[in-house]
Write a protein that binds this ligand. Structure first.
Ligand SMILES: Nc1ncnc2c1ncn2[C@@H]1O[C@H](COP(=O)(O)OP(=O)(O)OP(=O)(O)O)[C@@H](O)[C@H]1O
Ligand SMILES: [Mg+2]
Length: 258
């Protein structure tokens, strides 16, 4: 079930280095929010704070609050592993488990939960592959390794794996940057369908992609090299790309940056 994300006063560190500073924002359920901004401004770092992956990096530390509806993901009683199940992630490079079959790749997260009958697994794997628009291409070779698929198919397999556990939120960090234009459009169409069920946040360097897939766009920037990244502006995508409030946003989206 899609949930609202409400971030307040969030900073993230790698050891002594502060990578992002004091970010507050709301992400609406059943919508797509795009994160844009120059390399190094902390988009990936911020994304990883939304499912408690940042702290997995040695020296990784977070200050502030991330509410998912009415639960603080950084509350003292919260299990980070459960958070990562609720807030799924798709990475830049498709990363199917290479020795596992297509079926097992999708079922992997469910098996960790351990309480599914074979017939239920079959049903969920089929539903997830259909949800990721991959079913027709793989239904006759579910027992073949996931690594035998094309790059675009592998990325859709990773999306199927992520949605199989029915997360509330799907985080995507440049999910199309390793894909050809046709696979990219397939993923973009898919994102449009998935937002009916999930809250989606996507990092992208592709302005056209942000404009095509997202409802809201957040622009991040650095005051100077070595400074932490900050959220500069968050608004309706249409407005960010036509009439942003901040000059730095305008400069970035029109390519007059740096
Ligand atoms: N594992 C790490 N250890 C130390 N510093 C890191 C680590 N990962 C990222 N950083 C630093 O944190 C800052 C933000 O990096 P991050 O990867 O979040 O930026 P980004 O906006 O996603 O950039 P890109 O667009 O290139 O992917 C950078 O200064 C980066 O060097
Ligand atoms: Mg990044």
């Amino acid at each position: 079930m899609a949930k609202r994300i409400d971030v307040s006063g969030l900073s993230a560190y790698y050891g002594a280095h502060k990578a992002i500073d004091d970010i507050s924002m709301t992400v609406e359920p059943r919508s797509v929010t795009a994160f844009i901004g120059p390399s190094g401004c902390g988009k990936s770092t911020f994304l990883r704070t939304l499912n408690r992956m940042h702290e997995v990096t040695p020296g990784g530390r977070v200050e502030g609050k991330v509410m998912l509806d009415d639960e603080n993901l950084y509350g003292s009683h919260v299990d980070p592993v459960a958070v990562r199940r609720t807030v799924g992630m798709v990475f830049q490079r498709p990363n199917p488990f290479p020795t596992m079959s297509i079926f097992d790749n999708v079922a992997a997260g469910l098996r960790l939960n351990g309480k599914y009958k074979k017939s239920q697994l079959n049903e969920i794997v089929e539903r997830s592959l259909k949800g990721a628009n991959l079913w027709n291409e793989v239904k006759d070779r579910l027992n073949k390794p996931g690594s035998g698929l094309s790059g675009g198919q592998q990325q859709r397999l990773c999306i199927a794996r992520a949605i199989a556990v029915e997360p509330d939120v799907l985080l995507m960090d440049e999910p199309c940057s390793a894909l050809d234009p046709i696979s990219t459009l397939a993923i973009e169409d898919l994102i449009g369908e998935l937002k009916e069920r999930f809250t989606i946040v996507i990092v992208t360097h592709n302005m056209q992609q942000a404009a095509r897939v997202s409802d809201r766009t957040a622009f991040f920037n650095l005051a100077a090299v070595g400074q932490p990244g900050k959220l500069i502006e968050l608004d309706d995508t249409e407005r960010i790309f036509s009439n942003p409030s901040v000059q730095a946003t305008e400069d970035y989206i029109s390519g007059r940056f740096g």
